[in-house]
Ligand binder design. Structure first.
Ligand SMILES: C[S@@+](CC[C@H](N)C(=O)[O-])C[C@H]1O[C@@H](n2cnc3c(N)ncnc32)[C@H](O)[C@@H]1O
Ligand SMILES: [Zn+2]
Length: 272
């Protein structure tokens, strides 16, 4: 793996034993779980950035029950179709999708700003290069990746452009308009539909849309699953506490998750 970038001097990093290092002498040791922390203090804005350990645990429990497996399959099908060799998963969380994507590429890097998420991710698949880092300065070299993926995570457009090869791809997964409609109706009474196309508009100067797909996943949740889902989504924090509690006490809840997938391609630039 030769794609990591030193977060201090931006030279390439090489792995020697259990330490990543650059020619300038900057050194980053692998943690015992096997990930590397490239989130240097110069780029840090808070002590515990990203998702909280509680949200990470709830997401792990919910995802490992398989409720979002149709999305994982759809993402894998796209990779099988386009066959990129190098992949950077931005905001990889605890790696549910990253570990599956790894099986379709040669080099797979997962980056997340939340150390607790990457610590858990690192235990799932040792073939992924797991990095604690920030989307603001992606931890890979210029024009090194054939695809960047962002599943429900930040989309740092300029950085994605920098790290993608010519004709590189960008997969964005975001809630479709009807995502978890019944859950949101019970939390808020009135539901504002998600507007996924705003991401395509935002990216349209630099990327052309080549595939758009909605994947639905219907499921019935038991009480513990409902609690996990509420703990991993931002919805619950915006709802009135009594609405959340009423939902958490339900024995069972039938819902449909609805995901919007966009596959975009980096536009060719006029020669400067
Ligand atoms: C909703 S979670 C999605 C996680 C994973 N992609 C999944 O679908 O299971 C969003 C993730 O983005 C991470 N994140 C937020 N801001 C970030 C940033 N600036 N750089 C890198 N990761 C970030 C959070 O820590 C969190 O793990
Ligand atoms: Zn360096």
């Amino acid at each position: 793996m030769q794609w990591l970038m030193c977060p201090v001097c931006r030279e390439n990093l090489g792995l020697n034993e259990r330490t990543w290092g650059c020619a300038q002498g900057h050194r980053f040791d692998l943690a015992k779980q096997g990930y590397v922390n490239l989130h240097v203090v110069q780029h840090k804005h808070s002590k515990q950035p990203g998702d909280t350990p509680e949200a990470v645990d709830a997401r792990r429990a919910f995802l490992s029950a398989g409720f979002y497996a149709p999305l994982r399959q759809a993402v894998e099908a796209l990779l099988a179709k386009y066959q990129p060799k190098t992949l950077l998963d931005i905001g990889c969380g605890e790696g549910y999708y990253t570990q599956a994507m790894q099986q379709h590429v040669t080099d797979c890097i997962g980056v997340d700003i939340a150390k607790s998420a990457v610590q858990r991710a690192a235990k799932t698949n040792s073939k992924v290069t797991w990095v604690v880092g920030t989307g603001a300065v992606l931890p890979v070299l210029d024009q090194s990746m054939e695809i960047c993926t962002s599943l429900f995570s930040p989309i740092p457009q300029q950085e994605i452009l920098r790290v993608l090869k010519q004709d590189g791809l960008c997969l964005v997964v975001t809630p479709a308009p009807q995502h978890l409609y019944d859950l949101r109706e019970q939390l808020f009474g009135e539901v504002r539909l998600h507007e996924p196309e705003k991401f395509v508009t935002q990216l349209s100067d630099d990327f052309e849309l080549i595939e758009s797909q909605v994947v639905d996943a219907p499921f019935v949740l038991k009480q513990q699953d409902i609690q996990n889902l509420l703990a991993m989504t931002p919805y619950a924090y915006k709802a009135r506490p009594e609405m959340r509690q009423a939902l958490e006490q339900q024995e069972q809840l039938a819902l449909t998750a609805s995901f919007q997938l966009y596959l975009l391609k980096k536009k060719a630039r006029a020669a400067v």
